[in-house]
Each structure stands twice: as structure tokens, then as C-alpha cells.
Design a binder for this molecule. Structure first.
Ligand SMILES: [Zn+2]
Ligand SMILES: [Zn+2]
Length: 419
């Protein structure tokens, strides 16, 4: 397993994190690789917890083992919290041939580390089914970055068929495998690769003066750490999805096709080159009618619903959760980086509510059916119901203001978009 993921793999990792750059986007490999690191940092809220000087864990406050590390690792992260607390439900909804989501698996595994720590187990091995690829890990200590935010300091080493583990490593592993508490974590190659990225990223944040006492066979091990890691916030997804560059050459640009504003070009030369491909789609959008819909911030009775829609609270201490809920109560709208440019939305209906969201789930609105919304509700529902009996459809929308969208009801995207 080469340490560096290929372009396709990196794009795939980004997609799992809600960042949709396609193979057709001409953005350079280097910028894509950087974006993956940024996304990983967003997943661990690094700008909030890790922006200071390099860390010396031995000088940091120790984690109080009377508090469950497993629970602490998913505090403030309702998405993973619900998912991990009820694996039976997750299993029920899992599609049989769903592709591996290495990013979600990674979050699950980090939580498993917490569970192991709580049980007193310190050594583990991430391994894929054929056991050819593995990451051996020893949790050295758990400290606090801040009150209630744990940081697992660890030693790790990856082994591959090309670079098998030393005998000592195997010996060590055998000895813990005989231990009834021992536990290895099943992790696909893909998950191991993204874990190694994250560990390398964090390794650079440890002060070089920090020393770990090592067993003899741990000489070649790297030292790094893990902190709570969850899905990206809507705000981060919105900003990481911006700037995919000119669709023809990949240069940075903010200019768009004036006809539809759906694709970006750096200038007239690139636009002309792409016209034959783009023309059918562009023409579709030039003639459409826009219908205006106003949504409202969550009211008291649908708070709980909204709470679940948001991927994670930005923090986990009570004060910030309170601040988060206040923001909700005050009706802070979803972030808007698009101005009034058209974008694709998915509309999903049921009898009492309509959910509208973009591909990245960075923009999301809900309409609840009641007396005042009934007319708009039916208009949207009918547009959605009309086609092939499905209760979902794809449309173009423009963000007019914080709570207002203009939606094109009459014309659908030419192809079923990849969602
Ligand atoms: Zn260009
Ligand atoms: Zn166009």
C-alpha cells in the first residue's frame, strides 16, 4: 500500500466527506491533496482545538479514566452518536452492496479505540480481511486538549506485503492475541490509508522534544494522536466545495457561463472549447421559469427535527451547545456561498413535510405543511409527485435571500444527476 493515495482515491475520500470534485474538474493533484488534508482537519475541528503551538502531551492534563473515553469521543456529534449507539439500526438500513465509506468507517474505528481504552486494552491492530495490510498501534496515554476533549497519544506502524512487519512485531501481536482482552479492528485498505493520512497530519503537531518510552520493537513506530473526529459541518462543506476551477483547464476562476451560471471558465477560450458539450444543458436553463418559495427557521415544535439534520454541534461543552441551540432558536439560516447562482437541489416529500437540499447538504430547507404553507407545499409536492410515481425529484434553484429560494418547477435537469 503506497502511502500516497491516487487522484481517484483522493477524490473518492473527498466525496465521502461531502466534497464533490469530479474527475472532469481540472483542479491540480496538488490542490486536491491539500484539500483532503484541509477536510481531515475540518473533521477533527482542528482550527478550534489544534491551532496553537506544537503539543507536548507529557505536559498536558491527564484524562480522568473515570470518564468513558468512548463516550467523550463522540460528544457533540449527534450523527455518529446515534449511529454508533444503535449498530442494529445501522445494519438494518445498510444497503447490501453499498460501497465502502472509509471516512465513516474511520470514525467508527476511532470510537472503538475509546472502547478499548475504557476496557484497559492498549494495543490494537487495524487489519484488512486478508491480513496483508495492517497498522499496529499502541495507545500511550490520553490527555486533555481542553476540558472534556480527549487526545489519544499513540505509537503506530503500518505493514504491507511489500514491507512486512519485523518478527518482533509479529511476536508482540501473537502475545496479545492470546490475551482475551485483545482486539483487532477490521479496517479496509482504504480506511487504513486515510487513517495514515490523518496520523501523519497530526504527527507534525507533536513537539519534537516529546519522548515516549518504547519497547525495543517499537523503534520504527511513529508517534501521533487522534482526537474526536466527525462529519464535516455544513459550513466547512460549503467552503470546501467552492473553487473547483475552470472546467476546461483547472485554473482558479470565479467567472461562470453567463447563460446558466452552472459551470466555471477562466475565460472565453476555454468556454469556446467546451461549448459543444455544454450547449444542450445551458439552453435548458436559459428558458426556465422561476417560482419563489419562502421557508422559515425551525419553530419550537420542529426543533428536534432540525437538531438531527445538522451534522454536528460545533462544540461539546454545555456553554457552546447552549449557544448552538440559541442560534437555532434565533433561526440562523444555512450558509450561503453561492450568491444567487443556480444549483441543483433534491426535493423529497412526505405527507407532512418537504425537505430540500443540495448535493453537499450545505444548504438545506424544510417546509412543514400547515395552513399558511399549504399552497406552496402543494405546488412543490405536485411537481415532485408528477413524475414516475416517485416522491423525490431534482430541480434547479437559486438562493434569493437567507430564507427564500427560487425553484424551477417546469424543467428538470437533462440527466438524473449523480447524488
Ligand atoms: Zn480555463
Ligand atoms: Zn451555460
Amino acid at each position: 500500500m503506497s502511502a500516497e493515495p491516487t487522484r481517484t482515491m483522493t477524490l473518492n475520500y473527498l466525496l465521502m466527506m461531502g466534497i464533490d470534485i469530479t474527475e472532469n474538474d481540472k483542479i491540480s493533484d496538488e490542490r486536491i491533496a491539500k484539500r483532503l488534508l484541509k477536510a481531515l482537519d475540518c473533521a477533527q475541528l482542528a482550527s478550534k482545538w489544534l491551532s496553537g503551538p506544537q503539543l507536548t502531551p507529557s505536559q498536558m492534563e491527564k484524562w480522568d479514566d473515570s470518564e468513558s473515553l468512548n463516550v467523550a469521543l463522540r460528544r457533540g456529534n449527534p450523527v455518529d452518536g446515534h449511529r454508533l449507539a444503535r449498530p442494529d439500526i445501522e445494519a438494518k438500513f445498510k444497503k447490501p452492496n453499498a460501497p465502502i465509506n472509509a471516512f465513516r468507517d474511520l470514525r467508527t474505528s476511532i470510537n472503538q479505540l475509546g472502547e478499548l481504552w475504557d476496557k484497559g486494552q492498549r494495543v490494537t491492530r487495524f487489519r484488512c480481511e486478508d491480513k496483508l495490510y495492517a497498522i499496529t498501534m499502541r495507545m500511550v496515554e490520553v490527555v486533555k486538549i481542553k476540558n472534556k476533549i480527549p487526545m489519544i497519544v499513540l505509537l503506530y506502524r503500518a505493514t504491507t506485503p511489500a514491507e512486512p512487519s519485523q518478527d518482533a512485531l509479529d511476536h508482540m501481536w501473537k502475545s496479545v492475541e492470546d490475551d482475551p482482552r485483545s482486539y483487532s479492528i477490521l479496517a479496509s485498505q482504504s480506511e487504513q490509508r486515510i487513517l495514515l493520512k490523518l496520523l501523519a497530519l497530526n504527527a507534525a503537531r507533536i513537539h519534537p522534544a516529546y519522548r515516549v518510552s518504547r519497547e525495543l520493537f517499537e523503534e520504527g513506530f511513529g508517534v501521533s494522536f487522534l482526537i474526536p473526529t466527525g462529519p464535516l459541518t455544513m459550513k466547512d462543506r460549503a467552503s470546501l466545495n467552492e473553487d473547483t476551477g475552470c472546467v476546461v483547464c483547472g485554473n482558479k476562476t470565479t467567472k461562470r457561463c453567463a447563460g446558466c451560471e452552472l459551470v466555471k471558465y477562466c475565460g472565453a477560450i476555454c468556454q469556446r472549447k467546451d461549448w459543444r458539450t455544454h450547449k444542450p444543458k445551458c439552453m435548458t436553463l436559459a428558458k426556465v421559469k422561476w417560482h419563489r418559495f419562502t421557508f422559515s427557521p425551525p419553530s419550537e415544535e420542529n426543533q428536534a427535527y432540525y437538531m438531527n439534520r445538522y451534522s454536528r454541534a460545533d462544540d461539546e461543552d454545555e456553554d457552546t451547545i447552549a449557544a448552538y441551540l440559541t442560534r437555532q432558536e434565533k433561526g440562523v439560516p444555512p450558509p450561503n456561498n453561492r450568491a444567487d447562482r443556480p444549483f441543483l437541489i433534491k426535493i423529497q416529500c412526505n405527507l407532512s413535510s418537504i425537505l430540500i437540499y443540495d448535493r453537499h447538504r450545505s444548504t438545506e430547507f424544510t417546509m412543514f405543511r400547515n395552513e399558511s404553507s399549504d399552497e406552496d407545499f402543494m405546488k412543490l409536492a405536485q411537481a415532485t409527485w408528477q413524475e414516475n410515481g416517485h416522491l423525490k425529484s431534482y430541480r434547479w434553484a437559486k438562493r434569493i435571500s437567507n430564507w427564500t429560494l427560487e425553484i424551477c418547477l417546469d424543467v428538470q435537469p437533462p440527466d438524473e444527476p449523480e447524488w
